[in-house]
Design a protein around this ligand. Structure first.
Ligand SMILES: [Zn+2]
Ligand SMILES: [Zn+2]
Length: 351
């Protein structure tokens, strides 16, 4: 999930595994077909799937600003507590924006657009594409391309942000773990070569809705800043409220969403349990199962990438799945995919 737009050059051929793109026949998972184990594609090679030259300087600069500015905003709102009366309204705005944009990433960018865990009409697709864009994690097409590549190569060469597959000279001891964590968490954003969009997201480029929202990405980022500013002004009736509503609900909220999302890439490939057999190091981590609205049940997700439900036990809270189930009951989405009991049993680890 970088911040810039990748080039569109490259092959137009989709050769990603069916488990990532959900291109197997409708209902296959419910009938117990295999899903997700054979998703490494080493034979096709790493370099063949990304553009040469590393991360372009312009994208590095945009990424640097997007990573650093939220910390500056946090310092300003903390300093402001000594200057102006603190309003609980700002925390409410921040939490509301965090929950909505975080679910925009999980339900929208990840489960709908990356893995096609359910299908939706144009208005619903537009809603989730726009809401996910407000999380400031890059344009939809770029985000999905990088995440599909992560599943294709997970924890092997070619994975954009694996803590296990980069810089093996740093792989020993505590410093190695810290470096792996840093690289998977945020370092990869500055080193990753742009991913070939036409190869990884031809479906999103061909869809007028997702193509439009991706091309107008920065407008949605702007709207995600204007909404909390407007709420701050309306709820406090002051211009200070506009400014602090913007800071709390915009960049400070972005800081929280970013680092919780990035923990799925870093923490959830390092620490947690592995209830299912997968060929990578993905982990179920309860902390991020809750904080990331279900995304932290990451071992289950790698075992069943197209499943709309990641919390595959009654006690594994999965807010994104509750949102998806609610939309299904409302009749506004269809073809919600869930692994069959036979698939679950086949992949469950017994030791
Ligand atoms: Zn992963
Ligand atoms: Zn995924």
């Amino acid at each position: 999930m970088g911040f810039g737009s990748s080039s569109n050059s490259g092959s137009a051929v989709i050769d990603l595994p069916a488990s990532v793109l959900a291109s197997e026949p409708k209902g296959a998972m419910a009938h117990g077909q295999d899903d997700g184990l054979d998703h490494h594609d080493h034979a096709s090679g790493h370099d063949a799937h990304e553009l040469k030259g590393g991360c372009p300087p312009r994208i590095r600069l945009i990424t640097l600003i997007t990573v650093v500015f939220p910390f500056v905003a946090l310092a300003i709102v903390i300093a402001a507590m000594w200057q102006v009366p603190f309003h609980g309204t700002y925390i409410a705005i921040m939490v509301g924006m965090y929950v909505s944009t975080g679910i925009g990433i999980g339900t929208g960018f990840h489960r709908l657009f990356t893995h096609k865990s359910f299908t939706a009409g144009p208005y619903v697709r537009f809603f989730w594409a726009a809401l996910g864009s407000m999380a400031v994690e890059g344009a939809l097409t770029t985000w999905v391309a990088e995440h599909r590549k992560h599943h294709q190569h997970s924890d092997a060469p070619g994975d954009p942000h694996s803590p296990h597959a980069h810089h093996p000279e740093h792989s020993e001891g505590v410093s190695g773990v810290l470096y792996s964590f840093y690289y998977a968490h945020v370092g990869w954003l500055f080193h990753n070569s742009p991913t070939e969009l036409e190869r990884y997201v031809p479906d999103l480029l061909a869809d007028p809705v997702t193509n439009f929202v991706s091309r107008t990405y920065w407008w949605w980022v702007g709207l995600g800043m204007v909404i909390p500013a407007a709420l701050g002004g309306l709820l406090t009736g002051t211009w200070t409220g506009v400014f602090l509503g913007f800071l709390w609900g915009g960049p400070v909220r972005t800081l929280v969403v970013h680092h919780i999302t990035w923990c799925i890439n870093s923490v959830c490939h390092l620490w947690g349990t592995r209830p299912f057999r997968t060929s990578d190091h993905s982990r179920d981590n309860p902390i991020f199962g809750i904080l990331a609205f279900g995304e932290g049940w990451h071992n289950a997700h790698h075992a069943f990438p197209t499943s709309a439900r990641h919390g595959l036990a009654w006690w594994k809270v999965d807010i994104n799945y509750i949102v998806i189930r609610t939309m299904e009951l409302m009749g506004i989405i269809k073809n919600v995919r869930r692994p069959s009991q036979k698939s679950l049993d086949a992949k469950r680890r017994t030791v």
